[in-house]
Design a protein around this ligand. Structure first.
Ligand code: MOS
Length: 749
């Protein structure tokens, strides 16, 4: 049964917008907690070795200091050997999570080695400078290039049923196809380390009440934090209460609990007071993971008609010395373009670094930078328009497994995007378009991201005053989930949106899935949808079984739900409102909680969202400065829940992609094994002046298979292909192919 279409698809203002602009939305560090003490981390200054001695005396006797905790006096906690069991879906999948303050071993530079707890923040910050450390240093390894001969397949790639996509080596078709191809390109592409740099810093307020722990923690995955902290401290899951209604930007950085909530909880227990720990901006570059440094070889072969005959993609990604972070670095290569022959290989390289982690379009954006740059290179070699080349190699079914797509609008995205952009005005030769001193370049790329649905739970409750609430523990890192869940609830309940609230971000609510992997609307939204349908069924049962009701004896087939009311299809004047049904039954409210799960459709269909990105750049010929003039992105992602926040999310993703293309790089000084630009002054993200005209739109797409809502995630899709489109535009403008991001002016001079 499909409910009436109500607010879905219409542009809806954020329901939490007013709270956010008035400061009413509380972020983790902003909760008012009485008797709060403040923690400040002390970080290592070497990348590998041991702490020989750590002198905390001066810090301890500084004003206001309550405690200094190091590996010497920290309580012994439980750090499992294999976090796969607890980090079900999120990389890293193998290894031992970082045992904070448990050992003298230094695994990476700027790792936490002590926490100073004081009455106020300034006292803690000052005392933290007084901790003296003597190290026994050993040789560190931070360069991927130096270590590449020791690359190894991830343990996950050897699993029979890996969790997130396949990491195993894949050979499809003829392994020698490349050597038989008529036209070949074979190049290497490098992606630097990037850090998410969300506005909100990693923050926790930890408070104990006996053996019960309450955490106000910045997290994209409430349940993951709850479960991990319970495990580390040996508590029952239900004794860890995690609260996080709002997240000030995540991009993946808060997908897993890092050291700070553990340290805050440890400190709070020791000083017997609530402790707030906010990771400083410079510490953010080692306190959570990052997009790993990758080196990718992509070789493509085609016949002279422009049909791909061979794809070879070998990816090398850095991971830490204690965990294996895996991401879908080569996976999109197997499904994006039609080729009978395809070889992919994925390897890890160890380094003395914090364990990397998903960063927006993890794997995919690195993959697409390489793959879609290579497609562009081959198109030039074949003297075929790059857009036309992609159209000729469109995959009508998923080439990896032969499955039909649940829906796919990529050809429509190419066509409508090219039209909106004015691709036909482009002349094919590099350096052939100019605007005065500036070279003009137009480039494009394909974007793709899988549709992922996780098990999720939700509750819906309808009140006898004609309002309703939908609830799930999932957090909202900013795309508008508070709004989307209210919209989904209003539609499924057939109620006016103004009467339906959402409640998110609290582990006491039914267990929501991760806010990430572009999966939240499809997963949590499906649970909300199903919970609402369950409540409707309960309301109908109440009315139908009641002789006093005009709906007495009515079956589901005989009624319609609209405007918070159930009515007979045969005569819609005969019916009653949800509120009336509840009041007559002397019930304040009625509710249903459901556990919603993916279905077998995933085995019958291949599920991906697609988009086409078009970029125009202007390059100053003498100075090498690249300015992006315009971006057009056409996207097919099933049913769009809220066009306003969806377009906003797309614009944000494109801005992020421009940062990846032109600015973002965390620079490792291999002599010290240390990131040297760990601040927002030297790690450049796009500012308003860097952001051009961006036009993002959605083509009509109906998908009856992905989930009950027919919706696909767009958060990562928006980002995934942008860097390739920029690099391709820069080549078109300048004739210079930049295969190592970011495209800074030194590479163009
Ligand atoms: Mo996303 S990188 O899964 O937050």
């Amino acid at each position: 049964m499909t409910p009436e279409v109500r607010p879905i698809g219409k542009p809806v203002e954020r329901v939490d917008g007013r709270l956010k602009v008035t400061g009413g939305a509380r972020y983790a560090a902003e909760f008012k907690v009485a008797n709060l003490a403040h923690g400040v981390l002390v970080m290592s200054t070497i990348a590998s070795g041991r702490i020989r001695s750590i002198d905390t005396e001066a810090a301890l006797s500084a004003p206001g200091v309550l405690a200094v905790i190091t590996h010497e006096n920290a309580p012994r906690l439980n750090f499992p050997e294999r976090p796969k069991a607890i980090d079900d879906f999120v990389a890293p999948t193998f290894g031992r999570s970082f045992p904070v303050l448990q050992e003298s071993t230094i695994y990476f530079n700027s790792q936490p080695i002590a926490v100073v707890v004081a009455e106020d923040l300034e006292q803690a910050e000052y005392a933290a400078t007084l901790v003296r450390v003597v190290y026994d240093e050993t040789k560190h390894v931070t360069s991927v290039e130096d270590e590449i001969t020791r690359a190894f397949p991830s343990q996950e790639s050897l699993m029979k049923e890996p969790l997130m996509g396949r990491f195993a080596d894949v050979v499809r078709g003829d392994p020698d196809a490349l050597s038989k191809a008529e036209v070949v390109i074979d190049e290497t592409y490098t992606m630097p380390v990037e850090h998410h740099n969300p506005m909100e810093l990693l923050s926790t307020i930890a408070e104990w009440s006996g053996d019960k722990l309450t955490l106000h923690d910045k997290t994209q995955w409430i349940f993951n934090t709850q479960r991990h902290l319970a495990l580390v401290f040996g508590l029952n899951e239900e004794d860890v209460h995690v609260i996080c209604p709002f997240v000030g930007g995540g991009f993946g950085s808060s997908l897993r609990p890092w050291s700070h909530p553990i340290v805050a909880a440890m400190a709070a227990r020791l000083v017997r007071r609530p402790v707030k720990l906010v990771v400083q901006r410079s510490q953010m570059f080692s306190s959570h993971g990052h997009r790993p440094y990758t080196i990718q070889r992509v070789a493509l072969g085609a016949n002279r008609d422009g049909k791909l005959t061979a794809i070879v993609h070998e990816g090398y990604a850095q991971t830490s010395v204690y965990e294996e972070n895996t991401e879908a670095l080569v996976n999109a290569t197997r499904m994006l373009y039609a080729s009978p022959n395809c070889i992919t290989k994925y390897r890890l390289v160890r380094g003395n670094i914090q364990t990397p982690l998903y960063m927006r379009a993890p794997g995919e954006s690195s993959c697409l930078f390489a793959l879609d740059s290579a497609m562009d290179e081959l198109a030039y070699k074949l003297k075929i328009d790059p857009l036309e080349f992609r159209i000729r190699n469109h995959a009508d079914r998923n080439p990896e497994n032969g499955l039909p797509w649940s829906s796919k609008s990529l050809l429509e995205c190419y066509r409508r995007g090219a039209e909106a952009f004015g691709w036909s005005r482009r002349t094919i030769e590099p350096r052939s378009m100019r605007d005065g001193r500036r070279l003009v370049g137009m480039g494009m790329s394909s974007g793709t991201y899988p549709v992922v649905r996780f098990p999720s739970s939700a509750r819906a409750r309808v009140f006898n005053d004609g309002t309703a609430v939908v609830q799930s523990s999932a957090s909202d890192m900013g795309p508008g989930t508070w709004t989307t869940m209210a919209i989904v609830g209003a539609e499924a309940l057939a109620m006016d949106l103004s009467r339906v609230r959402s409640e998110l971000g609290d582990s006491d609510l039914p267990r929501g899935s991760v806010h990430g992997i572009s999966s939240t609307t499809g997963s949590v939204g499906s649970a909300v949808h199903e919970a609402c349908l369950a409540v409707r069924a309960k309301l109908l049962a109440l009315a139908s079984g009641d002789q006093r009701s005009p709906l007495n004896g009515a079956t589901e087939e005989q009624v319609t739900f609209a405007d918070g009311r159930i009515a007979l299809k045969s005569d819609t004047s005969r019916g009653e409102s949800y509120a009336d049904i509840l009041r007559r039954n002397r019930m304040e409210s009625i509710e249903a909680t459901v556990d919603s799960n993916p279905t077998d459709e995933e085995k019958r269909f291949s599920m991906h969202a697609f988009c086409a990105d078009f970029v125009e750049v202007r390059v100053d010929e003498e100075l090498g400065v690249v300015r992006v003039a315009r971006v057009v992105s056409a996207c097919g992602a099933g049913r769009i829940m809220n066009e306003k926040t969806a377009v906003s999310q797309f614009i944000g993703g494109i801005v992020g992609g421009l940062g990846q293309a032109l600015f973002e790089e965390t620079v490792m000084d291999h002599r010290m094994g240390r990131f040297v630009n760990a601040n927002l002054g030297e790690y450049h993200v796009p500012v308003n002046a860097d952001v051009p005209s961006i036009y993002s739109f959605f083509v009509e797409e109906r998908d009856d298979h992905v989930n009950p809502l027919g919706t696909k995630g767009i958060g990562e899709l928006a980002y995934a292909g942008v860097a390739a489109a920029v690099a391709n535009a820069v080549f078109h403008a300048t004739g210079k192919r930049i295969r190592r991001l970011p495209i800074t002016l030194d590479k163009l001079l």
